[in-house]
Write a protein that binds this ligand. Sequence first.
Ligand code: HMG
Length: 387
Amino acid sequence: MNVGIDLIHFSTSDYFLGLDTFAQEKNIDVDKFYIGIGQEKMSIAPPDEDVVSLAAKAAAPILAQIDKSDISAILFATESGVDQSKSAGVFLHGLLGLSPRCRVVEFKHACYSGAAALQMATALVHMNPKEKVLVIAADIAKYDVDTSGEATQGCGAVAMLVTESPRILAIEPGSGYHTEDVMDFWRPNHRKTALVDGKYSTKVYLNSLKHSWAHFTEQTGRSFSDINHFCYHIPFTKMAEKAHHTLTRVAKVKLTHEQFLAQTQPGQVYNRIIGNSYSASLFVGFCSLLDNLKEDLQGRRVSFFSYGSGCVAEFFTGLMQPGYEKVLMTHSHQTQIAQRQPLSYAEYLAFYHQTDEAVENIEFSQANKGPYRLAGIQDHKRYYQAV
Ligand code: HMG
């Protein structure tokens, strides 16, 4: 039985900060961003956008195509949780009007949790093929102002419907994984922004890739040449390029420059202009590959490398299904990106500082254009609105 991604759709916010604007403000050569880290823009969430509203925006077009009462579980992956106790997925469940006959849980391990949720959803469906599981990976990447991480912010959510006989990608059994207790990036409970040892984090990412790859090859007997397309966790696109260089070196493969670009570029188009979306970023990259590679991918094998700081990593693969192109939501992805509004640095800072969720009562003025928004907090309770 094949199990995997039946439908996939992502969302991002209605605003972006251009790294040209950012570079000018900080008096830095813009090529440090365009070339050095391979980023052009960062999606910025206004105060009335959080992971629940982003997730609802990502999931709604999927639910519109199925009987939504069939959703048997929501696995919500995020490190930007809105409550220490109640899962973001239950807010989403209410907002989207799903059946009470559904289990909901939140997954966390930095950027890795999206891949974890996808693997667990796949296992659930293998156990009972009647299950239809909604996997959400949603995050708002936020670092302190004037730190090296500030240029690598962004936000987004990916919704994936995991079923038997999937129409897009069948997840293959066997994967390679690696866990190590390290402090490369973390966010203690009292902080809204992440702390990071930036250079160290890039080294741990690459080291985890080597370990995950070694385990993957042992587990599956597959080699580099068995894989047609490579998706990586993308905190910034240059990181994915470093990852692919590392993999070719470890696998002792020589690629021409053109082959290297063909294997990496289509999967980076969206990430370059959205920025880091933590748990969602690997799957935004997969959407980018699907929407931007103008080739028939049917029968091709795609690999996924998920890295979550701290750290947990996994390397796994899936096979593209016949007719997958008929169910892609390319138009929606491209329209959302095209309709974003640019922010000046001062406007970005106003959004950045305005979100004050520490207060028990707040009504947010409307900046999020919908379809769902965080309307306010009353007596410490969040309430959402369909716009
Ligand atoms: P930095 O100090 O801002 O930048 O840190 P830099 O001085 O290292 O420059 C970056 C690159 O730009 C360098 O290239 C420079 O040479 C080049 P590299 O040596 O890396 O190949 N450069 C230029 N190129 C062209 N023209 C120029 C120019 N100037 C410089 N004029 C850093 C960069 C990524 C460390 C920083 O942005 C950061 O700390 N980001 C946050 C951490 C991060 O994203 N880490 C990635 C790995 S960990 C991960 O992916 C997990 C994560 O997503 C979280 C999670 O799991 O939840 C972060």
